[in-house]
Design a protein around this ligand. Structure first.
Ligand code: MTE
Ligand code: CO
Length: 423
């Protein structure tokens, strides 16, 4: 699944310049010298010879045509039908910590519901003083907040439980995205309805054909859950639950019900399909763990990776990746170039927000020898990302969900990268 590579620069035309950036001692950054006669400099390019499109040629702006391969992708053999399926965020093509709306992975159990917001309603019923029905306009009259959170499907990396399988971080780790949500704290809506004594759980329900439901404990619902209508400043995309979804910070993506139409309040969990036959972890004992809501500390190197090989040859190389924890912020990310024997601290850059993606970088001089790249994250609650071996020792081999083991990428002499495991 290696993608089209750009031609490596001619080494005879390269020279080292002194790096203007003082990044942790990185002294020299290689630059490709543009020798006299380089047509990229001497010749007028087409875009310099003609006027471009005026304003409004693209009323809704789209990426450059040169970025056409920056798209969500699916793995066709993974599911029987695209309607109950998943596609993956192209993590290897992104930087920073915000996922662009059009690139957020999609996970639907009954396809994308195309909801008309004018006739969309949110009902709150069950153990409440006053059952309520809100229009979208009603919801937007409550005080709202802005919060950046990652959403990770509990099945992210699930295909890797029994060994290295998929060749690219898009496929091994791409069931995660991180956007800025605008929404109303769920607490405000529940308080408006008034909780009856014994109200201990809520059950959000989706308006899609799958009518997704999950039980959420009241403590979480009143703490930091949102009913969100916007992502990254604009209305939710249909794929992400337009016009309304639940945001359950740090907890498994399945609970973030999209196309939210109803919230039932009860005194116990409902034990529906998505918390019994699915989203449970079958342990070696033959018993299944249930209600494993938090997404554990995890990280992955996004570049280099199988879809993002090293194309510039030896020398200064920027390694980057993502880390996240459902239990707080990421305090530290260590990087190993030799399969976990030696570790160096990576540099986390950008905001470090609880239950949001963190971006890390590690700049190094590649000598052209094969590498075994790993990253290991540590969160503010003190949890250290485990090796896959440690994870299997604790959990057995029957799991699908909650695989947060350390990923290894094998960089070959050619700069190509493979998904491997080291013991
Ligand atoms: N909500 C509804 N109504 N229907 C669904 O199929 N899928 C769930 C959850 N909420 C789903 C849903 C699952 S398993 C995940 S991982 C997330 O939505 C995915 O959210 P996304 O499609 O915005 O990435
Ligand atoms: Co999911």
């Amino acid at each position: 699944m290696t993608e089209r590579k750009s031609a490596p620069p001619d080494p005879s035309r390269r020279r080292l310049i002194r790096g203007a950036l003082a990044l942790g001692g990185a002294a020299a950054i290689p630059a490709t010298a543009r020798a006299a006669g380089d047509p990229a400099i001497t010749e007028l390019q087409p875009w310099m010879q003609y006027l471009g499109d005026g304003v409004d040629a693209r009323p809704y702006g789209m990426p450059s045509e040169h970025e056409v391969d920056v798209v969500r992708r699916d793995v066709p053999w993974l599911t029987a039908d695209p309607v109950s399926s998943v596609n993956f965020t192209p993590l290897h093509k992104l930087d920073g910590i915000i996922t662009p709306n059009g690139l957020c992975f999609e996970r639907h159990h009954g396809g994308v519901a195309e909801v008309d917001p004018a006739v969309h309603r949110l009902m709150i019923n069950g153990l409440v003083d006053k059952p309520l029905v809100f229009t979208m306009e009603d919801i937007k009259r409550f005080p709202r907040v802005n919060r950046l959170y990652f959403l990770e499907c509990a099945a992210n990396s699930g295909m890797e439980w029994r060994g290295a399988q998929l060749n690219g971080c898009q496929f091994t780790h791409g069931m995660v995205h991180c956007v800025m949500y605008t929404g109303v704290p769920l607490r405000f809506l529940l308080e408006e309805a008034g909780l009856k004594p014994g109200a201990a759980w809520i059950m959000p329900e989706g308006a899609d054909a799958s009518a997704m439901t999950r039980s959420i404990p009241m403590e979480k619902a009143l703490d930091d859950c949102l009913v969100a209508f916007a992502m990254n400043g604009e209305a939710l995309r249909p794929e992400q639950g337009y016009p309304l979804r639940v945001v359950v910070p740090g907890w498994e993506g399945n609970m973030w019900v999209k196309w939210l139409r109803r919230i039932e309040v009860g005194d116990q969990p409902w034990h529906h399909r998505e918390e019994t036959s699915k989203y449970t972890d079958l342990m070696a004992s033959g018993k299944a763990r249930r209600f494993t809501w938090e997404m554990d500390i995890k990280s992955v190197i996004t570049n280099p990776s199988p879809q993002a090989p090293i194309t510039h040859g030896k020398g200064h190389t920027v390694l980057t990746g993502l880390a996240w924890s459902g239990r707080g912020t990421v305090d530290r990310v260590d990087v190993s170039l030799d399969g976990g024997r030696n570790w160096q601290s990576a540099r986390i850059d950008g905001p470090s927000l609880p239950m949001a993606l963190h971006r890390f970088y590690y700049e190094f001089d590649w000598d052209g020898a094969p590498l075994l790249l790993q990253s290991r994250a540590i969160d503010s609650a003190g949890h250290v990302q485990p090796t896959k071996k440690a994870l299997r020792t604790a959990r057995g081999e029957n799991s699908i969900y909650h695989n947060n083991g350390i990923q290894t990428w094998h960089v070959l002499k050619t700069g190509e990268v493979e998904n491997v495991e080291v013991s």
